[in-house]
Design a binder for this molecule. Structure first.
Ligand code: HEC
Length: 124
């Protein structure tokens, strides 16, 4: 009997650990291979404090020419564009049909895009 209770308790603990792990692995999991959520540079620049600041203006040294020369401030509309399709967004935002970014297009839309925007807005 005692063993049964212990086994059941262990199962519950394992299951809840698994659940909380899944809850914390949100949409940002798509970015963390390349981005730090603080200000450290990895494959791409740190994502903290980007919202409300000029694009391409962190200490990251490997910006594409297009992002380095960017003249827009990240807001809800242009960040949604960027996270929907960065390759298309860079052309629209620079006004240069030949502009390119080294970040792959994330193709976020609908609820996933909303979730990602909440996350970005929270990184202040
Ligand atoms: C495969 C690597 C990779 C992944 C995955 C990735 N990025 Fe990027 N990201 C980059 C690189 C590289 C740059 C710099 C692009 C350039 O200079 O053209 C960048 C640039 C950015 C910028 C512009 C930064 C600035 O300083 O203006 C934002 C915003 C951004 N990424 C957000 C995200 C988000 C959010 C995700 C996840 C949904 C993500 N990225 C996923 C590599 C990645």
């Amino acid at each position: 009997m005692n063993t049964m209770i212990k086994t059941a308790a262990a199962t519950i603990i394992t299951a809840s650990a698994f659940l909380s792990m899944n809850v914390s692995a949100g949409i940002e999991a798509k970015c963390k291979a390349c981005h730090d959520f603080g200000t450290a540079n990895k494959v791409g620049p740190g994502l903290k404090n980007l919202m409300g600041n000029k694009a391409g203006s962190t200490s990251f040294s490997k910006y594409s020419k297009s992002l380095k020369n960017a003249d827009w401030v990240w807001d809800d509309a242009n960040m949604r564009l960027w996270l929907g399709d960065g390759k298309k967004a860079i052309k629209e935002l620079t006004g240069d049909p030949k502009a390119k970014t080294t970040m792959p297009s994330m193709k976020l839309k609908g609820e996933k895009l909303d979730e990602m925007m909440d996350f970005m807005n929270g990184l202040q």
